[in-house]
Design a protein around this ligand. Sequence first.
Ligand SMILES: [Zn+2]
Length: 159
Amino acid sequence: MRCPKCTSIEDKVIDSRIGKEGSTIRRRRECLECGHRFTTTETHVRDGIVVLKRDGRREDFDRDKLVRAVRAACHKRPIDAEQITMLIEDVLDALEARFDSEIPSQAIGDAVMQRLRRIDQVAYVRFASVYKEFRDVGEFVDEISALAKPPEPPPSGET
Ligand SMILES: [Zn+2]
């Protein structure tokens, strides 16, 4: 990153934070030449990832859907939004390196499970139990989201 003061490209990152909305990373940098400190914002753009489903269909990767699934699995666990964002970025980095632009849905689920397991056993088991039944990100997201919701109130007006 070029220093806005002296235009040197030598800098070090002092601090990294996830932006409020979870899709940007703010980095505090210090120029190694002149010591000037500045902040950069990076948005990780993931264009054109296609999920290859088990039945052979393809659909555009929906990041929000995956975030919701992981968040649901982490419901009431000591895992914050930043950890979830980091986990998903980490998963996508690894998968993009492995699969190019077409990623089997199973690989996404497996990669998330591996990482969740290291972070929190309960979240891992929740994610895994639902995921193993469905083996499909699209289907199991709906299912796991339902798990995290409070139970439906009993229907009223019927006796
Ligand atoms: Zn500088």
